[in-house]
Structures are given as structure tokens and as C-alpha cells.
Design a protein around this ligand. Structure first.
Ligand code: ZN
Length: 179
């Protein structure tokens, strides 16, 4: 399993890096650079112009496409990956699932899919949810971002399970919601 996971992580990194080189994520072009959104190892940063020519028009065109067509292909398709490449969570320890989740988040972010990450749920809980989401149709944007939420502020129906739901605190303490 360890050798397999090492190869899988290398594949995820290669796809992430190729995407960055072809089309750096929208947030990066827009100047947002926090820890989660750093370029992958191997990406040589070039100075970006303040606004890319045609960026606004392209962004509007993408939204038009989004509104007028149903996305048919899945995130797995966009990434060139197959669900079968990913071992089921039951076969993984938390220590094995953790780097996989990190690599998947970087892969998603490189493609402008920005997940709201759980604060409490372990990687072994979150990982299968990421796999399930990747099997659903999704629109790949080059000039905008897709925010992806998992918890919809209903602890009893929370997909993380009530014990791992972040929204209980938000609902009980008036803590501002991190988005
Ligand atoms: Zn929740």
C-alpha cells in the first residue's frame, strides 16, 4: 500500500503542477496567496500582469456557459483520473489518508474548485466525501472559482456526522462563519 500511495501522490502532484503551468488558478491570478494556495513544488513563478487582457469578457462567457448548459463531465474526468485509482478509506490509516486529502485539496484548488475544509472531521471521514464529490458532474472554470460546501449548517443532517460537524459551534456561539 505504501508504494502504491507514493505513486498516487506523485501522480496527483504531476497533474496539479501541469494545471498550474497551463492555467494558474484564478485566485492566484487575482493576487490571493495564502498557505493553502501556494504554487506546487516545481512551479516557477512569473510576474503576473494586474489584469489579464480579456479576463472580464472571458469570465462573463464562462458564467453564461454555466447558466445555459448542464455540466456533464465529472471532476475525475477533468483531472484525468479514475475513481478506481483511489483506495477506499477503510483500507487507509489516518496517517495515510491525511497526505491524500492534502494532495486532493491542492489538485482541486489548482482547478478552481475551492472546498470549505472541515475543522474537526478526520481525513478518513473527509476523503471519501471528496471522492464522492469528484464523481459528480462539475463545471471547470478558468476565470472564476467554484466554492464547494459539504456541511449546510444542519448538524443532524451533516454529511460529516454530528460528532464532526463544524456548524454546531457556529449555531450556538455566534462565531462568524469561515468561508
Ligand atoms: Zn455540519
Amino acid at each position: 500500500m505504501e508504494t502504491y500511495l507514493t505513486h498516487l501522490l506523485e501522480d496527483l502532484h504531476a497533474i496539479t503542477l501541469a494545471r498550474w503551468r497551463r492555467c494558474p488558478p484564478h485566485f492566484y491570478q487575482a493576487g490571493m496567496r495564502d498557505d493553502l494556495h501556494q504554487p506546487p513544488e516545481g512551479f516557477l513563478e512569473k510576474p503576473q500582469p494586474d489584469a489579464l487582457p480579456g479576463e472580464t469578457e472571458a469570465a462573463i462567457g464562462e458564467i453564461e456557459n454555466w447558466l445555459h448548459s448542464k455540466p456533464a463531465i465529472t471532476m475525475f474526468d477533468h483531472f484525468g483520473l479514475e475513481a478506481e485509482q483511489f483506495p477506499p478509506a477503510e483500507k487507509l490509516t489516518e496517517a495515510q489518508a491525511h497526505p491524500l486529502v492534502d494532495a486532493l485539496v491542492r489538485l482541486w484548488v489548482a482547478h478552481n474548485f475551492l472546498p470549505t475544509l472541515p475543522n474537526k472531521a478526520p481525513a478518513r471521514i473527509f476523503y471519501p466525501m471528496m471522492l464522492a464529490r469528484m464523481a459528480e458532474p462539475a463545471m471547470l472554470l478558468e476565470h472564476g472559482m467554484n466554492g464547494i460546501e459539504f456541511c449546510d449548517f444542519d448538524p443532524e443532517g451533516c454529511p460529516f456526522g454530528e460528532a464532526w460537524c463544524d456548524c454546531k459551534e457556529y449555531l450556538s456561539h455566534d462565531v462568524p462563519v469561515r468561508v
